[in-house]
Structures are given as C-alpha cells and as structure tokens.
Design a protein around this ligand. Structure first.
Ligand code: ADP
Ligand code: MG
Length: 626
C-alpha cells in the first residue's frame, strides 16, 4: 500500500515517491536523491551533518544495533561484535573466504562450507545480507527523516565484477531493509552518470573509471554509446586501498620509534588509535605539507610526525600496483591512451595528490574528472539512475555486460555456452537440443558459469529436471533451452519441449559466488588451457558420438536380427567390441577410426534397413537423461 502524505497547511499532496540512490560501500555507504529545487543529485546527511556512513555495525549485547560513526569506537572497545567490510562476504560461502577470514576480527562460522557464510556475535548468527540490511535501514531512515516521506524504493550500486550471487545478495539485503530494489547498477556506470556522461544519446565516449576506496581498488573501462554502458574490461585488487596507506604510516612510525613499539607491545589495543592517527595524518597530508601529533596513554606522550614527501615515498609502491592494473585493463580492452576520452576519479583515496598525478601520467591526460566529491560520486550517480527509472528523464537506457559465459552441460560433460561472456544485459538467448536415448522422458539441465570446455572447471549455478516429455525415439524431441539475464544480471532458465509444449522454468539463485580473483583465475585458466580444452572437447565429442553409434547399432541389430545374415551380425559385433574398447581409452584418433570402421561396415546393410528416426539420432547435440 502506498502512503500519500498530505501537506495540511497547503492542502496539497506531497510528492508521492522518492527513489533514492545508494552506494553500499566496503568502507563507507551513502544515500543520495535528486534535489527538487536544483534538479541535481545530493547526498543526504545524518544527525551528525555527515553524508558518509561508515559501513560498520556494532551488535551490542543488549540487542541494540548501532550503525555508522557511532559504531566506529567499538572497533577497539568490542572488536568481536563490531562488523566491518561485510560487503566482502556478500554472496560468498565459507570456502570462498577462508583465505581472508583471518583479516576479520569477528567470528565467521565454518560448519557448512558450501552455503553462505554466517557471522556469530554472542549467541546470535547473522548473514552478510542481514548485516548489510542494517546499513541500508540506517540510510533509509536518514532519507525518510530528511525528505519527510516514506522511502520504499532504491537503486543500489555494486562493483562491475560482482557476479549473480553477489548481486542477488545485495538485492535481498535491500528487501530485508524494506526497500524495493528497482535496479542494481555498476559503480563505474553510476560514477559516469554523476559526471553527466551517457545522458546524451548522441554521445559516444570511452572512459576509464579509477576507483580507490578504503580496502579495494577497481579500474573499469567503459564504452558509452546510445545511452548504453558497456564494460570493456575491469581489473583491480580486492585487498588494496586507503587502509594500506594508513598501514604504511603506522609501520613507518613503529620502525622509527622504539618507545612507540614498546608502548604498543604492552598495550596492543592502542594500535587501533595509532591507525586512526595515521588515517588522520594521511588526510591532512592531502592539504598540508606535514603532520604532527601525539599519541597519549596514561603518563606517556609520544610525538608522531610525517611529511608529505615521506608519505609519498611510502605509498608509491601501492600506487604503482594500481597503475599496473590500469595498464592491464587497457590491454584487455585493446585500447590505446588516445582512445580514452575521460578519466573519472572515484573513492576517498583519490584525494591523495600522488594518486591523481600517477593516474594522469598513466593515461597521458592533463585533466581528470575529479570535480565532484570522490566519495560521493557513486551515490550521486545512483540517484540519477533512480531518476531515470522514475521516468523523469526519458529515452535513457542503461545496460551492463555479464563477466562470465553462461551455459549448460551437454553429453560428455561439455560446456555449451548459451550467453557468451561480455554479452550485454538484459539478454535473452536460446538453443535447441535433443535426447540421446529412445523413450527418454526426463532431462536434467545443469547450468554453469565459466569459460572452460570441461564443466568440471566451471561453476555450477543450478540444476533442474524437465519431466513429462512424451516418449519419442532418440533425436526426435526438440528441446529449447532459453536463458534470460535481466538488467540486474540475474538469470532465469526455461526448458521447453517444442513438439509437446512441456515446459519447466527456474530462477537461478546461486548458493555462493566467486571472488574477483577467482573470476580472473577462471578467465586466465581458460586462455592458458585453450589447447588442452580443445583436445578435451574433441575427445569427448568423439566419445559421445561413438557411444551414440554403439547404442544405435546394438538396438538396430536387436530389432533386425531376422533381416541380417549371421556373418553380418558377427562382423558387426566384432567392430562394436573394438569401438567399445576404444571409447575406454583417451585416444581420439583410435575412437574415430573404430567409429568409422563400424559405420562403414554397417552402412552396407543399414542403408537398406535403417529408418529415419535412427538416422536422426546420429545428429544433434543431446543432454544426459535424469
Ligand atoms: P569504499 O568505496 O571502499 O567504501 P571510500 O570511497 O569512501 O570507500 O574511501 C574510503 C577511503 O578514503 C578511506 O581509506 C579513507 O581514509 C580515504 N580518504 C577519505 N578522505 C581522504 C583524504 N582527504 N585523503 C586521503 N584519503 C582519504
Ligand atoms: Mg566505493
């Protein structure tokens, strides 16, 4: 039910709905909306006048949930119950995060490694979806207060490399917070929108979005044409960001002050204070040339100093890594610097001078798009997207691409791609298949994501059965498998036997997702193993074809015993045995040879007997029965 507020003074209806834009960040989150008076997006501040909500959740023992700046202090006071970086866990299983689990101070449950991770606090368990919903609720509330209206609709941003599971988890978090998530948008796309790119339909541009946040770095190369945003490539590091800048300063101070080392050794909790001081120093060095302060504890007071030159020296190797990623992304997109029209700076850490200078140099640009607040730009873009969805800006379409190929398993454990990697979303694609056995009434459809020919190396997303197909000879059913990838990158699969109209559908909600390292590894593996994969595919295809021929020949002999001579039957059996033996070995040529021998021999008499249905069984791709 929609709530329509009435302004009692004027007697007029207030604006019915606001759709807000939300940047649900690893370190910081924000909510933004289009300002009615200016028509421009603006980030909404909270009671503390700050627009930034640190993505920190304190789960207090009395059940109170504290989010944002007020939760920050508990990082030191009650680390076990203070959750940060929950975005890293979205859509992940414990298996996916084992390596990084040590980085978290809070407890991640590992009893069920395949399903989504849970976080323990006291005697309660929370999913990353619930935890993210607490942040979203906080943002929703501050928007409601500022706008004096009920907020129930939002656009939420995610990194370009987020997969189905991670996007779905983000959507679910929204739902849990009482928000209808109208669209999940890629962060670089939102940032471009904030700079007005893509709003003009005639415009054609290639842009680089450099996003250096608190703990993650992403570079995305986008092509915008006809209002379509195409991600040409993405690269980055999920464990590199402003936190690392802070760490270098902490280490520098510890390395150079023995008394500081002793103080921390005896009072380890002071390390967090030291970190906060380092962050402070970093921020000040974006405007001043030097920083000076004191770390105080009881009667001790230690002077801490650093100047900009030293700071730049410390962080240079970190920045170099990001530049390396930029080069890689350009290479992946097959572009030269002169092809890039604009470079957009996103994330709080791009306030650091040396970062800007290094990015300029890398892309050989004299100007960068950095006039907007780098930590607000994603949320501002999300608000623009929300405005587009609300129908306030006509003719604008926003599209993204899928990072990995999607397909199904065909006979022999082979991946058959239905939607190739880098396809634009939304996308619909369908393909026809048939059965491998006579009278087959059930088919198992297994859905995979990945680039390898052998499905064992790809990720299984789901599985379902198409049942109730009327019994027909092998090869006769026409089964259409359709993949529909919606604008959020969520997949729906349907299977329909076209002769009978029997149909089955599922929404693929994968149990767990991929880290971007895994994604990258999968892509790299597919390139490195391309030759092996090709050999594997041709071996499997030869084997499948042989098995089909064996099946058909055996059935044929069985059915036509009376029509054949004893020699014909004996000879056929001989070639059959040879082929069966060959299929058990991994030699493709041997299989093909035995296949042809059997085929050639039976041809002499098969031609006179073989009926159409059997001939058809030799054609077409088939799916395993369930
Ligand atoms: P995320 O996208 O990861 O949620 P943000 O884009 O908000 O994060 O970036 C947060 C990072 O930006 C933190 O490491 C913070 O210290 C850093 N940062 C914020 N302001 C400044 C500044 N003035 N100078 C340098 N770094 C800054
Ligand atoms: Mg961000």
């Amino acid at each position: 039910m929609a709530i329509i507020p009435i302004n009692l003074k004027s007697g007029t209806l207030k604006k019915e709905v606001y759709i807000v834009g939300i940047d649900l960040g690893t370190t910081n989150s924000l909510v933004a909306v289009i300002d009615e008076s200016t028509g421009k997006p603006k980030a909404i501040p909270g009671n503390d006048k700050e627009v930034i909500v640190p993505s920190i959740i304190y789960l207090s023992p009395n059940g109170e949930i504290v989010v944002g700046n007020n939760a920050k202090a508990f990082l030191t006071l009650d680390a076990a119950n203070t959750i940060f970086s929950v975005k890293r866990l979205m859509g992940k299983s414990f298996n996916d995060v084992t390596e990084s689990a040590a980085l978290f101070n809070y407890k991640i449950i590992d009893n069920d490694t395949e399903s989504l991770v849970k976080i323990q606090s006291g005697d309660k368990f929370y999913t990353p979806i619930e935890l993210s919903s607490f942040i979203l609720k906080e943002l929703k509330q501050r928007a409601e207060k500022a706008l004096n209206a009920t907020i129930s609709k939002a656009v939420i941003t995610v990194p370009a490399y987020f997969n189905d599971a991670q996007r779905q988890a983000t959507r679910d978090a929204g739902k849990l917070a009482g928000l209808d998530v109208l669209r999940i948008v890629n962060e670089p796309t939102a940032a471009s929108l904030a700079y007005g790119l893509g709003l003009n339909q005639e415009e054609e541009k290639t842009i680089a979005v450099y996003d250096l946040g608190g703990g993650t770095f992403d570079i995305s190369i986008l092509r915008i044409h006809n209002g379509i945003f195409e991600v040409l490539s993405t690269h980055g590091d999920t464990h590199l960001g402003g936190d690392d800048f802070d760490k270098t300063i902490v280490d520098y101070w510890l390395d150079n002050k023995l008394e500081l080392r002793d103080l921390i050794k005896n009072n380890p909790f002071l390390l967090q204070n030291l970190r906060l001081m380092a962050e402070d120093a970093k921020k000040q060095l974006s405007v001043n040339n030097s920083f000076e302060s004191f770390l105080k504890h009881e009667s001790t007071s230690i002077e801490l100093k650093i100047n900009r030159k030293k700071f730049e020296q410390l962080i240079e190797p970190i920045i170099s890594k990001t530049i390396e990623s930029c080069r890689q992304a350009m290479k992946d997109a097959d572009l030269k610097n002169s092809d890039i029209d604009e470079v957009i700076m996103v994330g709080g850490s791009t306030r650091v001078d040396l970062v800007k200078e290094s990015v300029k140099k890398c892309f050989e640009k004299t100007v960068l798009d950095d006039s907007l607040n780098p930590d607000e730009v994603v949320a501002l873009g999300a608000a623009i997207e929300a405005d587009i969805i609300a129908g306030n800006r006509k003719d604008i379409l926003l599209l993204d691409v899928t990072p990995l190929s999607l397909g199904i398993e065909t006979l022999g454990g082979l991946m058959d791609v239905i939607i190739p990697r880098n396809s634009k979303v939304p996308q619909r694609a369908a393909r026809q298949y048939t059965t491998s056995k006579d009278g087959q009434t059930n088919l198992r459809i297994s859905i995979y994501q990945g680039e390898r020919d052998n499905i064992a190396f790809n990720r299984k997303l789901g599985e379902f059965n198409l049942t109730g197909v009327p019994a027909m000879p092998a090869g006769l059913p026409k089964i259409e498998i359709a993949f529909m990838l919606d604008a959020d990158g969520i997949l729906k699969v349907s299977a329909k036997e076209l002769r009978s109209g029997v149909e089955q559908k599922i929404d693929v909600k994968p149990q767990y997702g991929l880290t971007d390292e895994e994604l990258e590894t999968m892509l790299l593996d597919s390139l490195q193993n391309a030759k092996e994969d090709m050999n594997y595919r041709s071996l499997q295809e030869a084997r499948t074809e042989a098995q089909q021929l064996i099946y058909v020949t055996q059935r044929f002999i069985e059915k036509n015993k009376t029509e054949l001579s004893t020699t014909e039957i004996e000879q056929t059996q001989h070639f059959l045995d040879l082929l069966i033996k060959a299929t058990n070995n991994d030699n493709k040529d041997e299989i093909l040879k035995a296949h042809d021998e059997l085929n050639d021999f039976t041809k002499t008499f098969a031609e006179r007997l073989m009926d159409k249905a059997i001939a058809m069984a030799l054609k077409g791709k088939t799916i395993e029965g369930s």
